[in-house]
Design a protein around this ligand. Structure first.
Ligand SMILES: N[C@@H](CCC(=O)N[C@@H](CS)C(=O)NCC(=O)O)C(=O)O
Length: 222
């Protein structure tokens, strides 16, 4: 149940789109509860009950609202908890660097789900990594605070963290030669709230075939 203190996330039992919501909730210091959808009947019921506006997950119950659309959800939390930048200039920069980091992480989120897995991994290695690693390495090299924007942690940092964790998990060694990215990943991973989350039971493992099949069965694809 969602309470004022405890938002409630409904998503599948894996990282996917839900993980960015879990990470920002953790960074905001919000303890959250979860419903993990592992069966088609659960998803069918959520849809039949009218809970899912676009028939998709994730869904977050927070502050008396039922929210869908991942990016809208993480922006709401960012705004409410001061993770969206201080000045208008910082806010747009957080927005831009967050969107860039989402483009960075997106193909990782579909690992295991795409029909041509080799092609997806090839795209990650030949297009995604070469494009995004140097950009964020440069920004961090120029940053005085160690954060992407201004002096404080923001949504852009959290999405970058998610991307960097995916790099390490799915393409080991892919951050070699990027010292700022490595340092950033280690430092942001150990911030209060984030550290507990990453080391705790709500952090989901990399996508396994079992997880992918579970989702596909819930979607009625297999
Ligand atoms: N734009 C939505 C997309 C959500 C989405 O694609 N959810 C997938 C799971 S990751 C889903 O529910 N798929 C089932 C379906 O589309 O029927 C968001 O960002 O939240």
């Amino acid at each position: 149940m969602a309470t004022a203190e405890n938002p409630h996330l409904t998503y599948f039992n894996g990282r996917g789109y839900g993980e960015s919501i879990r990470i920002i909730l953790a960074a905001a210091g919000l303890k959250f509860t979860e419903t993990l959808v592992t069966k088609k009947e659960q998803l069918d019921k959520l849809r039949a009950d009218g809970e899912l506006f676009f028939m998709q997950l994730p869904m977050l119950k927070i502050d008396g609202m039922t929210l869908v659309q991942t990016k809208a959800i993480i922006r709401y939390i960012a705004k409410k908890y001061g993770l969206d930048g201080k000045t208008p200039e910082d806010k747009i920069r957080v927005d831009i660097l967050n969107e860039g980091a989402r483009d960075f992480v997106m193909d990782f989120l579909w690992i295991g789900f795409v029909s041509d897995e080799d092609k997806n991994m090839e795209k990650i290695k030949t297009q995604i990594l070469p494009r995004y690693r140097p950009i964020y390495e440069k920004i961090l090299t120029e940053s005085k605070s160690g954060y992407l924007v201004g002096d404080d942690l923001s949504l852009a940092d959290l999405t970058l963290l998610e991307a960097l964790l995916s790099c390490e998990d799915y393409v080991p060694g892919s951050l070699d030669g990027y010292p700022k990215l490595q340092e950033f990943k280690a430092r942001v991973s150990s911030l209060p709230g984030i550290k507990e989350f990453l080391e705790g039971p709500q952090r989901k493992p990399i996508h396994t075939q079992e997880y992918v099949d579970e989702c596909k069965r819930a979607w009625g694809e297999i």
